[in-house]
Design a binder for this molecule. Structure first.
Ligand SMILES: Nc1ncnc2c1ncn2[C@@H]1O[C@H](COP(=O)(O)OP(=O)(O)O)[C@@H](O)[C@H]1O
Ligand SMILES: [Mg+2]
Length: 366
């Protein structure tokens, strides 16, 4: 059982504020992912929860108990880092058992805990091996095992998969989900990789410049980003943004930019009144722009003329880089679409999936 609460938590390194008054509740058994660009304060926040970094301002609680002054070893947490730092001269069993031995646990209990962790991590056959006799993925599993044997209330993980190649990372992501399901323990996981955040998190906390931007379930962050930064950071290829103006004719609002005009569904009118005749930023994800054949079922749509600049084959899908007027857009279509570079191309915008942002505050309007 562990609920972690951050209350107005800040961190200063000299005059630099790396973490800015973060308020966040991490629920019991939750898999919370901190995601954001390099240097945004993810590791620093995690290290404050671990007790490896002093909190400059604010309070951290684990299960209602304020832990600002509790030493790391008494916080009942285990941390897993990017570099697995195994003891090279110890076999897998001893690497996992080491921390327990230091804590004076009995041989029988150590055996049981290592066997249990070995089973969860599929390391049972490898307990006698030295780290140099293991693959990268196996080594990272041993590092996880060292944390699991301690049976902590909270796992803190700082980019634990970054050293693995792409294929192994995908495998380990699936394994981490399984482990979390088995152990039912609170996890706080740091990554700069938005795909990792989306696939692993029960909720994700998006951080920019030390400030928490949005905390929500992955799909909510994806579909309802709170501001332009979150909209652009989550999703690949990123959301398309177009600068333009909002106008109103006969009760219908339309977004207009050079060579690009679309009417906005009237059920959204309630959000738009204060933006009439003002500048706004329009946003649409590449998969929400369609080619004509695949758009048959969209009930609310807008058709525009564009021109293909180049194609990027991804496999079953292709990213088309198109131009509509002076605006560049990325469109994700089925690879069967053979629109060639230089050809005219009609795009269909799914009006159910449009976003508008306030250019001054960067906040989402719809
Ligand atoms: N020990 C330190 N001394 C001074 N500045 C630091 C220290 N640790 C981190 N920082 C700064 O704090 C900011 C946040 O760093 P960090 O939490 O490591 O970011 P992230 O993990 O998101 O990449 C960065 O600007 C970094 O340079
Ligand atoms: Mg970091």
């Amino acid at each position: 059982m562990a609920r972690v609460v951050l209350e107005n938590v800040s961190k200063f390194f000299g005059s630099v504020q790396a973490v800015k008054s973060i308020n966040l509740e991490i629920k019991d058994k939750e898999f919370m992912v901190f995601v954001g660009p390099s240097g945004c304060g993810k590791t620093t926040t995690l290290r404050m929860i671990a007790g490896l970094e002093e909190v400059s301002d604010g309070r951290i609680f684990i299960n209602e108990k304020q832990i600002n002054d509790v030493p790391p070893k008494d916080r009942n947490i285990a941390m897993v880092f990017q570099s697995y730092a195994l003891y090279p001269h110890m076999n897998v069993y001893d690497n996992m058992a080491f921390g327990l031995k230091l804590r004076g646990k009995k041989k029988k209990e150590i055996d049981e805990r290592v066997a249990h962790a070995g089973e969860i991590l599929e390391l049972t056959e490898l307990l006698d091996r030295l780290p140099k006799q293991l693959s990268g993925g196996q080594r990272q599993r041993v590092a996880l095992g060292r944390a699991i044997v301690r049976d902590p209330a909270v796992f803190l993980m700082d980019e634990p998969l970054s050293n693995l190649d792409a294929k192994l990372r995908v495998q380990m992501r699936a394994q981490l989900q399984k482990i979390h399901k088995t152990l039912q323990t609170t996890v706080v996981y740091v990554t700069h990789d938005q795909v990792e955040a989306m696939t692993l998190g029960s909720r994700i906390a998006v951080i920019l410049n030390g400030e928490l931007q949005q905390v929500d379930a992955p799909l909510v962050v994806y579909e309802k980003p709170i501001n332009r930064f979150v909209a652009g950071f989550i999703g690949s290829p990123p959301m398309n943004f177009i600068k333009g103006e909002l106008h109103r004719t006969n009760g219908t609002y339309s977004f207009e930019s050079e060579g690009f005009k679309l009417d906005i569904p009237e059920d959204l009118n309630q959000y738009l009144a204060s933006y009439q005749d003002k500048e706004v930023v329009f946003g649409i994800r590449p998969e929400d722009i369609w080619d004509v054949p695949s758009s048959a079922w969209i009930d609310k749509r807008c058709v525009l003329d564009a021109k293909v600049e180049f194609r990027e084959l991804m496999g079953s899908e292709t990213n088309l880089y198109v131009k509509a007027g002076s605006n560049s857009l990325i469109v994700r279509v089925n690879s069967l679409n053979d629109a060639a570079a230089g050809s005219k191309f009609t795009i269909v915008i799914n009006l159910r999936k449009i976003h508008l942002f306030d250019p001054a505050t960067q906040k989402a309007i719809i």
